[in-house]
Design a protein around this ligand. Sequence first.
Ligand SMILES: *Cc1c(COP(=O)(O)O)cnc(C)c1O
Length: 366
Amino acid sequence: MKRLFLSPPHMSGKEQEYIAEVFESNYIAPLGAFVNRFEESIKSYTGASNALALSSATAGLHLALRVLGIGKDDLVLASSFTFIGSVNAILYQGALPIFIDSDESWNLSPKLLKESIAKLDKKPKALILTHLYGQVAKLDEIVAICKEHNIYLIEDSAESLGASYNGKQSGTFGDLGVYSFNGNKILTTSGGGMLVSDNSEWIEKAKFLSTQAKEPFLHYEHKEYGYNYRMSNVLSAIGVAQMEVLDDRVNRKRAIFEFYQEQLKEIEEISFMPEIEGSRGNRWLSTITFNKTDPLTVVEALEEVNAESRPLWKPMHLQALFKNSLSFVDGTSEELFNRGLCLPSPTSSSLEELGRVVEAIKKVCQ
Ligand SMILES: *Cc1c(COP(=O)(O)O)cnc(C)c1O
């Protein structure tokens, strides 16, 4: 039995051809034509005016905070129900994260966001908003709250490339947005990220910082410190090939979700992550919750049929790392963490192969 992973890499078939072009040109490093092509393809797909290819989405979030001037002891609001990569950069900058719980959308609660701003003594400078598992958050309300209070919005779209809200792509609603091409994301370059914004000055500044902050001289001149965060031409070639199949991948992920939903609809205790009105998520991972069954018994049953599954993200406000951080929570994400599971969502497998996941879940829940 072939192992069913949560979200394994799925190549388009064009990657090696483009990598061969890179080798023929000898622009193995550092930059080259494919870096530009990858950035252009992200711009044309998402509608963002500027894009910067980077070594990871985490690097993108770090640069976003740097260009916005967020530093020591500044307050940064963030979704609590997310992956650590979303918020590590807040710590890199010596800023203070403040975690906001989810609502019934599973994403950040606009109500708690408002409440947090009203209660804090100091004005937060930015919000890092995650679109969890590729499903968009309540953007209308959240964008309006950030505008009203002059809080920068950074969209963590690491999981949501290809997801849209009212026809506009996730990652393009805020001041800056990031996408990830890590190994398990909907597209992968083996590792990589993209920072986007309609503000060209921020992206220019981020580009400068991502290549060791070299002043424009023939010799090496430095006035401030930077990073080595740029993506290589080789990995960008993979990215260009991957972007060509993004629509196929989103459609496939959605078909996997619909398959699970249809096959498991008779089991009353199971619920699926919702999709807010007006949005079309990429369903990066199909995620469910159980009302009675302990999700860990389902993990064991799935292991027996060689299928990977995992609990939902453990909320940041419950992590030992953040025991001294402020949070505005009402138990929603904690409950989702205790009851939820991510199911195998491999676009490279047939729906028939996923039948064994369904059968194993049915057995445990009956
Ligand atoms: C994967 C992920 C990141 C980090 O992306 P990298 O490219 O691995 O740095 C950040 N936030 C979320 C929500 C993620 O899922």
